[in-house]
Every structure is written in structure tokens, then in C-alpha cells.
Design a protein around this ligand. Structure first.
Ligand SMILES: *[C@@H]1O[C@H](CO)[C@@H](O)[C@H](O)[C@H]1NC(C)=O
Ligand SMILES: *[C@@H]1O[C@H](CO)[C@@H](O)[C@H](O)[C@H]1NC(C)=O
Ligand SMILES: *[C@@H]1O[C@H](CO)[C@@H](O)[C@H](O)[C@H]1NC(C)=O
Length: 273
């Protein structure tokens, strides 16, 4: 039957069929070649993307100061302590974290105070002369030592936040307030303590603006208030604080800083000679 049909085709049509077969064979050839080239490129791009991804995540994890972490263009003696991780924080309005107050009476406890102190009470750090020479500002040699003194801003910021936290509970932290609260209970807003609070607020403003955290807060329906409200859970990329604290402990200046009063020449600076 097919033979008969074939034979029935006029010559011209048979020719056309042959030409079309030739063309489609050629197209098939090109298609095969294109698709194999496509596969090769896909493979190569996949390899390149994977390798770059691995390199980038390695750089981000290790926070290499030389390449990668663009937030570390200036020298820090603690750059090796930077490591990033994605961290999820729970709701902290109704659910108290250990840094917050007693849920029953709304006041800080001794445990609260200890949590705060443990964040930064090793705050003054020693650095070698080599590191001290690379700081963004000149610093001073420690007494009876060839090491120099510095402090990581993160520890100073936490100290500031703790000072402000305590200022909300003057009854509990009375001894911190002899300068700020007058004998008649009124406040002295020109006292050194008041200036310390003002400094701390501005210091935290600087840090918060400097870091420009662009992680996001969502709204979710609150069944008690019957409206959507900001959802206080958070997921964001954080520097691992334990690593920074470890660095702080390893570099802690163990003795209280008691400088002997004297002329400037009595103190050696890291940028001297
Ligand atoms: C929390 O407050 C309640 C009520 O004042 C008190 O009984 C309890 O001891 C407090 N807890 C701590 C850890 O201070
Ligand atoms: C909290 O600490 C203070 C000062 O160290 C101490 O006098 C007080 O007894 C402590 N309170 C509790 C409930 O342990
Ligand atoms: C407030 O503090 C300043 C600075 O310590 C002091 O000079 C001033 O006398 C104080 N004012 C009062 C009313 O105590």
C-alpha cells in the first residue's frame, strides 16, 4: 500500500520530499550540535557558579580581611574572630529572654545582671605592637608591658546599653546614681552620669546607623488585638557572638587599668618611632 502510494507521487513531489529530508537531516545535525554545545556550556557555568559560591561562602564564613568581607576594609585585631551564621530569634515581647526582667514583678534579677555583665566585662583588650600600629587611631602601651590597649566597639556598645538599662531601675542600682539623683530625688541632668547616658544613647545611634541592618520585620494577625501587628520573630545573618566573646576573653587585660598620672611623654604610643 505504501509502495503504491509512493509510486503514485509525481516526480516533482518526490524531489521535494528528498530535498526536505536533506534539509531536516541538516537541521537535525545543527540541533544536535547546538544541544551538545548547550549541555557543555550549562555544565561549565554550573561548575563555575558552584566554585564561586563555595569560595564566597568560605570567605563570608571566615571573614577574610584581605578579600571578601567588604565590611572589614579597615584593620581590626579581631577580624579572625568574625564568622557569620543565620540566626533565628523568637518573639520577645511576651516571651522573656534571660536578658529581660522577672515576668511577675517586671524587675531585673541577679540572674539578669549576670547575663549582661558576662557579655562584656572583659572589655579592655591587649594587642601586640604590630596590631596596635595598624589601628585607625594611635593607642597607648599598657603599664609594665610591651602590649597595647584597645577595646572592641561591640563590647563598649553593650556596656552602654547595660548602663541605659540600669538607668530605668534607679531603686535597684542606687549606688550607680549618686551623681544623677539629687538628695531630694530630683535629677541632675548636667551631672557626669547624665552625660554618660547621653553619650551612650548617641553611641548606640552611631552603631545602629553604621550597621544599617536591613533584615526584615513582618506583620502577622494578632488574635487578641484582632489586627495585624509587627511580628517580633527575626531571622538574620549574624556575626557569631560567642566567637567575639572568646576573642575578648583571650585578649583580656587582666589587671584594672590604673595609669600613673604624668606628662604625655610618660606614656608610649603605638605610632611613636
Ligand atoms: C520574681 O518576682 C516574684 C514576685 O515579686 C518573686 O516572688 C520572685 O522571687 C522573683 N524571681 C526572681 C528570680 O527574682
Ligand atoms: C542579689 O545580689 C545581691 C548583691 O550581690 C545580694 O545582696 C542579694 O541577696 C541577691 N539576691 C538574691 C535574690 O539572690
Ligand atoms: C549637678 O552636677 C554638676 C556636675 O557634677 C554639679 O556641678 C552641680 O552642682 C550639680 N547640681 C546639683 C543641683 O547638685
Amino acid at each position: 500500500m505504501s509502495l503504491k502510494t509512493y509510486a503514485a507521487l509525481p516526480d516533482e513531489e518526490a524531489n521535494n520530499v528528498r530535498i526536505e529530508k536533506g534539509v531536516s537531516a541538516h537541521i537535525e545535525e545543527v540541533r544536535k550540535w547546538t544541544s551538545s554545545r548547550f549541555l557543555h556550556f550549562t555544565f561549565l557555568y554550573t561548575v563555575i557558579i558552584c566554585l564561586s559560591g563555595m569560595l564566597l561562602s568560605n570567605v563570608l564564613r571566615n571573614g577574610s580581611p584581605m578579600c571578601g568581607d567588604i565590611s572589614q576594609q579597615l584593620f581590626s585585631p579581631a577580624s579572625s574572630a568574625i564568622s557569620y551564621e543565620i540566626t533565628t530569634f523568637g518573639e520577645n515581647f511576651y516571651q522573656k529572654t534571660p536578658y529581660m526582667c522577672n515576668v511577675t514583678d517586671g524587675l531585673p534579677t541577679n540572674a539578669t545582671d549576670k547575663k549582661w555583665i558576662d557579655l562584656y566585662d572583659f572589655g579592655n583588650s591587649w594587642v601586640t605592637k604590630d596590631d596596635a600600629r595598624q589601628l585607625t587611631l594611635d593607642t597607648v602601651q599598657l603599664p609594665n608591658s610591651d602590649l597595647y590597649v584597645t577595646q572592641l566597639t561591640v563590647f563598649h556598645d553593650l556596656h552602654c546599653l547595660n548602663v541605659l538599662r540600669k538607668s530605668l531601675y534607679p531603686d535597684r542600682y542606687m549606688s550607680d546614681y549618686d551623681d544623677f539623683i539629687n538628695k531630694d530625688g530630683s535629677r541632675n541632668y548636667t551631672s557626669v552620669d547624665a552625660q554618660h547616658y547621653d553619650h551612650c544613647i548617641d553611641n548606640l545611634r552611631r552603631s545602629i546607623m553604621c550597621h544599617g541592618d536591613v533584615s526584615t520585620i513582618s506583620w502577622s494577625y494578632n488574635k487578641y488585638r484582632r489586627v495585624p501587628l509587627p511580628d517580633l520573630r527575626l531571622t538574620k545573618t549574624c556575626r557569631n557572638y560567642d566567637k567575639l566573646r572568646e576573642w575578648g576573653h583571650e585578649h583580656e587585660v587582666m589587671t584594672a587599668l590604673k595609669w600613673k598620672h604624668g606628662p604625655e611623654s610618660a606614656f608610649k604610643h603605638s605610632w611613636d618611632d
